[in-house]
Design a protein around this ligand. Structure first.
Ligand code: SAH
Length: 263
């Protein structure tokens, strides 16, 4: 009796949109893939650029979760390498575990290749830092409640009370909720905010800067209504501050494992 050979399913982070921001490992897996299931328009370029001729490529935008996992299981019976290509990093708002459970149940091996999240790409686009010494050393990746409810204790006002960097996904159409939460947490009207649309997309990226008071109007003027990252952070605009605390690691007066302080 012969058993059906089973391939492995790779959940690959495609990065934020620029096909050059996929990892080398992700690109190599695509190049050897027999089948690729990609998540909508944000990552089709990477799939079509790197997958070999003859590879079965399918867009998942009109599929249910069951249809996707059935498809992956079917393809894994036919090919050694099957790729599920996802935007940014697969572990963020990517239904990773929901898709992996049926694979595990079917005895199919799977693994994850991380990707550059749109949160990172948005800060990169704007030339901003998520952390700054003595300003904030913490980043919160979150969203506001839409049709997906927020678990208790995670409403944005509660999180914003920490005054850390907030990267807010999936919320551009709910900007009024973001603003209300920041106000409830006591953020001032002139708190700097940043919205990046299609971060890293060649020719399509747009950066909107503003404050709590005007960011919504600025986004409306710019016509940004989808695929955008909202950032609220006390670090924004630090390039132009008059004073800035130094990073200890590079401070001449600070001794560490690899360098002695200069007199
Ligand atoms: N796993 C993805 C997030 C998927 S949820 C990641 O790690 O980035 C989809 C949300 O991500 C969008 O609503 C938007 O807020 C954000 N997003 C994805 N790609 C983006 C991009 N190129 N620029 C700005 N925001 C993006």
């Amino acid at each position: 009796m012969t058993t059906t050979p089973k391939g492995k399913v790779w959940f690959v982070g495609a990065g934020p949109g620029d096909p050059e921001l996929i990892t080398l490992k992700g690109q190599k897996l695509l190049a050897q893939a027999g089948a690729v299931l990609f998540a909508g328009s944000l990552v089709d370029r990477a799939a079509t650029l790197y997958a070999p001729a003859g590879c079965v490529i399918r867009d998942s935008k009109d599929m249910t979760l069951e249809q996707m996992t059935d498809w992956l299981i079917e393809q894994a019976a036919a090919h050694g390498t099957v790729v599920r290509l996802q935007t940014g990093d697969p572990a963020l708002y990517g239904a990773l575990i929901e898709m992996a459970r049926p694979l595990s149940a079917a005895g199919i091996e799977w693994a994850v290749v991380p990707g550059v999240s749109s949160a990172m790409a948005s800060m990169a686009a704007a030339g901003e830092s998520m952390t700054l010494p003595e300003v904030t050393q913490t980043v919160i990746l979150t969203r506001v409640e839409g049709r997906t409810p927020m678990p208790p204790g995670e409403d944005l006002a509660t999180l914003a009370a920490h005054r850390t960097t907030l990267c807010i996904f999936l919320s551009i159409t709910l900007m009024y909720k973001v603003e209300a939460a920041l106000r409830a947490a006591g953020w001032p009207e002139d708190a700097p905010m940043l919205v990046v649309h299609k971060a890293s997309w060649p020719g399509e990226e747009r950066i909107v800067r503003g404050t709590l008071a005007d960011i919504k109007a600025r986004c409306r003027e710019a016509g940004i209504a989808s695929q955008a990252m909202i950032v609220a952070s006390p670090t924004l605009g630090a390039l132009h501050w008059e004073t800035l605390a130094r990073s200890k690691l590079y401070d001449p007066a600070f001794t560490h494992r690899f360098r002695k302080a200069s007199a």
